[in-house]
Design a protein around this ligand. Structure first.
Ligand code: SF4
Length: 395
């Protein structure tokens, strides 16, 4: 694995490799048993071998998910002897750690976050507001000093991805492995800690749109959501999950009592174009996809987001916009469209759409009653923008 591009303009890189794995604090030779990511009942089960009273599991959960303890020693509500017993049995916090940071001139930060097996996963912090657009990259420091945040974190669900969307750099990796619930929720906590975020005071949105297809790692993804909502305290209404259209996953998602908002990565007005750019369409076509989405009970005022990456000359022409309008009308779904001008990546054979085509496409949707928003490219200079994750790893 090689990391490159640290000389790109606008990139500042910091390294934390000397503290790569806090889990190495665990005694040698014993299996590493990360606690972060375990649900309450799993914590209770884990503590059963120590004959600890039930309230110890609650204290442990508080240390993990509310205080974001970095090591067992930080959980001082647990007696020292008990912490030592846990460590001797191979337990550790196991919170993923940021090991590299790339800072964009627009304030976006992309992180490489280490998992315990020498892999890294990518997570992105996007501060809101226009200041960062014109800034010099120093805003992240300023806001840390001010201590208030209105930001979005883009979270990964797998290392690599098997879906093979033709416009996406992550697809080049193939699938390496699924992330665990602790590794998914742990990305969020690692980033919240870095920025000194206080849950309840700061406004944080989560988008599960990083590396991987969340619905191909369904159970771990939903366990992470439940941890983030129930233990860490982030409202589900502030979370959005994007899927490439894994129909059985959408059908399961429709049954969930606690769930993020749903975004579908549509990217094409018909099956023919979609098959070319998203081969998954051969398994589940747009009609299958729409049928599954209809089963998801929407909350008051909730709309399904349709993500649409505009690829120059491929799906960005007026005829395509007209087809998208028809598709949405036929589906009869309350939907909004997020347009994303494609972000270039090496070895990906597409062209950026022209600004004229982008605004004509958006205007056509709006003129025909479809809410359409153009997403600002964030962190394009550091390969943090949509479809660019894993730029830094040689594949
Ligand atoms: S766009 Fe998403 S689903 Fe498609 S290959 Fe990339 S990471 Fe996977």
């Amino acid at each position: 694995m090689r990391y490159a591009d640290t000389t790109d303009p606008g990139i500042t890189m910091t390294s934390g490799r000397n503290n790569l794995y806090s889990i190495l604090d665990a005694p040698a030779q014993l299996p590493i048993r990360p606690l972060f990511g375990l649900k309450n009942e799993q914590l209770t089960e884990a503590l059963a071998e120590f004959s600890a009273p039930a309230y110890r599991a609650r204290q442990l959960a508080h240390g993990l998910y509310r205080d974001w303890a970095a090591s067992l020693d930080d959980i001082t509500t647990l007696p020292k002897s008990f912490r030592e017993q846990l460590a001797q049995a191979g337990y550790s916090i196991g919170l993923p750690e940021i090991v590299e940071t790339f800072k964009s001139i627009d304030g976006t930060e992309r992180y490489l976050i280490a998992t315990g097996d020498g892999q890294t996963v990518e997570t992105v912090w996007m501060p809101e507001g226009d200041d960062g657009e014109e800034g010099d990259g120093s805003q992240a420091g300023d806001e840390e000093a001010i201590g208030h945040h209105d930001a979005t974190i883009c979270v990964s669900s797998q290392i690599g991805c098997a879906v093979n969307c033709q416009f996406c750099l992550t697809a080049k990796l193939g699938i390496i492995r699924n992330l665990t619930p602790g590794e998914i929720a742990g990305q969020v906590v690692a980033v919240l800690k870095r920025h000194g975020v206080q849950i309840g005071r700061d406004r944080i949105n989560l988008v599960f749109m990083g590396m991987g297809e969340p619905f191909l790692n369904y159970d771990a993804f939903m366990d992470a959501v439940r941890l983030l909502v129930g233990e860490i305290g982030i409202a589900e209404s502030r979370m959005t999950v994007s899927t490439s259209g894994i129909v059985p996953g959408i059908e399961r998602f429709a049954q969930e009592l606690v769930r993020p908002k749903l975004a579908i990565s549509l990217n094409a007005p018909n099956d023919k174009v979609r098959e070319e750019i998203m081969p998954i369409t051969r398994k589940w076509d747009i009609a299958n996809l729409v049928d599954a989405v209809r089963k998801v009970p929407l909350r008051t005022r909730e709309r399904v987001t349709l993500e649409y990456v505009l690829l120059g000359g491929v799906n960005d022409q007026p005829t395509h916009a007209a087809e998208v309008v028809k598709l949405i009308r036929r589906a009869g779904l309350p939907a909004k469209v997020n347009l994303i001008a494609w972000n270039p990546g090496p070895g990906i054979p597409y062209e950026m759409p022209s600004p004229e085509d982008v605004s004509r496409f958006q205007q056509h949707l709006i003129d025909h009653g479809v809410p359409a928003f153009l997403r600002r490219p964030r962190g394009r200079d550091i390969y943090a923008a949509c479809g660019q994750l894993k730029r830094t790893v040689e594949v």
